[in-house]
Design a protein. Structure first.
Length: 393
């Protein structure tokens, strides 16, 4: 890639600033929970990453801290591997937050849309950080905990013959709760976690579940490269969630590498192309994107641009297709432009602006700081450096 050296230098600085910001919003003895922040029923919060900050309300709040923190752990590990600081202590603290919220039977209490109900997707999305830290630190406790969680999901949430997972669990009543808009479940492929469990253990059951889910996704794909008929998309409003094709489309590349079946790579490419089409000319991407690429004028989603960059890099590594380089550079540059470098609020330095909201006729600066923008920029920056540069000795 042209000018890769200059971009790598900028990305290294971005990684360090982003990781520092994430460390600054992590719950610790020196940085405890404050009144009004908690929105979930976790009993132990040490190590959790605060999720969202409103510039208008000047207020922090948590949203789905289990999987957000799990992804932050992954980002810290990736940054440490690239020599962009040593973030091992922060990664361990975040991973321990997950372990402290795991029951003996393996269930991780990953609350999301409801303060006391577990989302299956939120369990799966938090596990890649545990696997990454286990490999980086050689502390197998984290791998064991992740595999135990995968087994709980396989035993309790997976619906054989359907390729779906039940997705809203009441840990007190010990049952899944149907949703009004979601009767059967969702085909969750998030982070290719079942493929990862298969790679680590050789357990054929994990592979069978992973492939069954992808077959369901192939059956229900609409539009090409995406799945508008499943939440968190809103088909009645023609709105596609900006990270949907990342969570459910990227694992098709893993399936291709495991099985050699070209139809899986074709599905991955369609998901990647969805991002190429949805990306705006400056590399930005909007939360409410229609099937035809139409958008609103506000509510950017910087984390989605970072996810698009990750998909583009996957595609380039697999094909060497240079046509993806321009969209990749645009996506990363947009993310960098949304990272706060100068601020009157020191606690926001290094954070990535996730969304610019409608000001509704006021003179407020209606930006939303969300940990995911920073987390996925760090991950994408680390993968770019791994692909186009050399990590320091």
């Amino acid at each position: 890639m042209q000018n890769a050296t200059a971009m790598i230098s900028e990305l290294r600085a971005s990684i360090q600033a982003g990781c520092q910001w994430l460390a600054g919003v992590q719950v610790s003895a020196a940085n405890p929970i404050r009144p009004g922040e908690i929105g979930h029923h976790h009993e132990e919060w040490t190590g959790a990453v605060r999720g969202e900050y409103s510039s208008v309300e000047k207020q922090w709040r948590f949203f789905c801290p289990l999987w957000h923190t799990g992804q932050a752990v992954r980002a810290w590990v990736m940054a440490s591997r690239q020599g962009a600081g040593d973030w091992t202590a922060q990664a361990r603290s975040g991973a321990d937050f997950l372990l402290k919220n795991q029951r003996e039977d393996g269930l991780i209490l990953a609350y999301e849309d409801h303060p006391d109900k577990v989302n299956t997707s939120a369990i799966l999305e938090g596990l890649s950080g545990l696997f990454a830290l286990a490999d980086f630190s050689d502390d197998r406790r984290y791998e064991s905990a992740a595999l135990k969680a995968v087994d709980w999901v396989a035993d309790h949430a997976f619906q054989p013959g359907e390729g779906l997972f039940s997705d809203l669990y009441d840990p007190v009543d010990e049952r899944f709760i149907p949703r009004g808009y979601l009767v059967k479940g969702r085909p969750l492929a998030d982070d290719a976690i079942f493929f990862e469990a298969y790679r680590r253990t050789g357990g054929k059951r994990y592979l069978e579940i992973a492939l069954a889910v992808l077959e369901r996704l192939l059956r229900d794909e609409r539009p090409a490269g995406n799945w508008i008929d499943y939440p968190p998309c809103m088909p009645h409003l023609d709105r596609i969630h900006p990270r949907h094709a990342f969570w459910w489309g990227r694992p098709f590349l893993t399936a291709f590498k495991v099985t050699g079946e070209g139809r899986y790579f074709a599905a991955f490419k369609r998901a990647m192309e969805w991002y190429r089409h949805a990306l705006r000319t400056d590399g930005g991407l909007f939360r409410d994107t229609s099937q035809h690429g139409n958008t609103a004028s506000f509510r950017h989603t910087t984390s989605a641009s970072a996810c698009a960059a990750l998909m583009f890099m996957d595609y380039w590594r697999e094909t060497g297709d240079e046509s993806i380089m321009a969209p990749l550079a645009n996506a990363l540059r947009f993310c960098l432009s949304m990272q706060i470098r100068e601020t009157r609020e020191p606690r926001l330095k290094g954070a990535v602006i996730e969304s610019v909201m409608n000001p509704q006729g006021t003179d407020h600066a209606p930006i939303v700081i969300r940990d995911l923008g920073t987390i996925f920029l760090v991950q994408a920056a680390c993968e770019f450096i791994a692909a186009f540069g050399q990590a320091p000795d």
